[in-house]
Design a protein around this ligand. Sequence first.
Ligand SMILES: Cc1cc2nc3c(=O)[nH]c(=O)nc-3n(C[C@H](O)[C@H](O)[C@H](O)COP(=O)(O)OP(=O)(O)OC[C@H]3O[C@@H](n4cnc5c(N)ncnc54)[C@H](O)[C@@H]3O)c2cc1C
Length: 456
Amino acid sequence: MIRCVVLGGGMAGLAAAFRLQQAAAHRPLSVRIVEAQPRFGGKVVSESEQGFLLEAGPDSFVAHKPACLELARQVGLGDRLIGSRDADGGVSIFQDHRLQPLPEGFRLVVPGRWRPFFRSPLLTWRGKLRVACEPWIPKGPAEGDESLGMFIRRRLGQEALERVAEPMLAHIHVADVDRMSLLATYPRLRQMEQCHGSLVRAFRAVGRPAGPLFWSFPGGVAELTDRLAERLPEACKLSGRTARRLSRHGDGSYRVHLDDEVLEADAVVLALPAFAASTLMDELAPPLAETLRTLRYVSLATLSLGYRRRDLPKDLRGFGFFVPKKAQREVLAATWCSTKFVDRAPTDHALLRVFLAENEATKGALELPDEILFEAVGRDLKRLTGVEAQPTLRRLYRWPRGYPQYEVGHAEILQRAATQLPGSIFLAGSAFHGVGLPDCIQSGFAAADAILKGVS
Ligand SMILES: Cc1cc2nc3c(=O)[nH]c(=O)nc-3n(C[C@H](O)[C@H](O)[C@H](O)COP(=O)(O)OP(=O)(O)OC[C@H]3O[C@@H](n4cnc5c(N)ncnc54)[C@H](O)[C@@H]3O)c2cc1C
């Protein structure tokens, strides 16, 4: 009997435990999953309040990476999937003191259609012409990492970086584009450049995928993590229990020390934030602990605000907006959740979710007491959107050290970690091969598959 212990019950840990548990039906395997919090799901938290559906962490998963969709169907949630209402979509960027819609047909960072792009006031004529030259810009090196900022600057120019790419991509990754690793975050852009010689040509060749861009469930993303947890036998689940220490027997097996119990394990999946995994590796593999410690995290917070529709300006459109760093606002971005998905708010209300993150401009803001933070956000929203109304609902979720940073050289850190891992210990989760939910699922599956390879 191979005793598997998964540490961490977020999306990655649940995916790993689910895969192992499925295999346990026909292989000599036992599975346990240990989660420090009383509930499983980690960053995935969906709550209902006053008729609003609130998401503390992820509010959806992207359609173009199928792991989430496939897992949802596999656990019987196929008929619960709801797609984003893209016809009402579109995003804006705060520029020149107002929200400017991203030109129609924009594909990540390049214009899909020239006419709306040239008509848009988002970039100056000089900036637009620089973007239009992109197909003639020579390819960069095929090998080696570079920062996403450097790549975009090289291909599309400084203005496109500052006014479009930086606010959108830096928000999505809660990161500084000049520190973000191109290869670890957008390897596809490098492939496009190398294969097509141009991002504009590459996006045209790929075409626009059919179907919604994002998916979720009526009860929020936690429907998936709840279902995964339900599918695991009760005896296998240890929630509200923290792994304090990991030690190794002479025979190579492991001991996972909880506060009140020691679990014996032949294989361990660390589906934890890198800093938590690093603490557990201190005794067993100090070099690995050191490597994991180099993976940086930033803190962030989301503030969900419910408004009466009649209190809102009439011209608020789209899924939301992004705010460039140089605008020096507390608010980095915001999503109109009640536009993005159906039934996120009572019919006469709208739900806005505001993102706040730690960066040079907002230093210290996340540590402010709730009321002061609410005031700062209220001031920003008034300037950004003209919304002055008092919300009827307010819910703040803080995520200290909540978002891993994939910085230039990330791949080398992972390679080093792989060589330092003690036998039968596997890493999974958002710190390593992708932050999005589909990536976390795949990393959990990969860890489970690596264990299963050794079990006949
Ligand atoms: C605000 C926010 C918005 C996001 N939006 C999106 C989105 O829209 N779409 C998307 O795809 N992704 C989004 N993400 C990213 C995605 O939600 C996360 O990357 C993913 O949920 C992380 O899953 P995980 O299993 O790797 O880690 P986590 O969810 O962090 O799970 C790790 C678990 O380990 C537990 N743990 C820690 N230490 C111990 C210990 N010693 N013993 C036992 N347990 C321990 C923790 O309690 C936690 O539950 C968002 C993230 C945030 C924070």
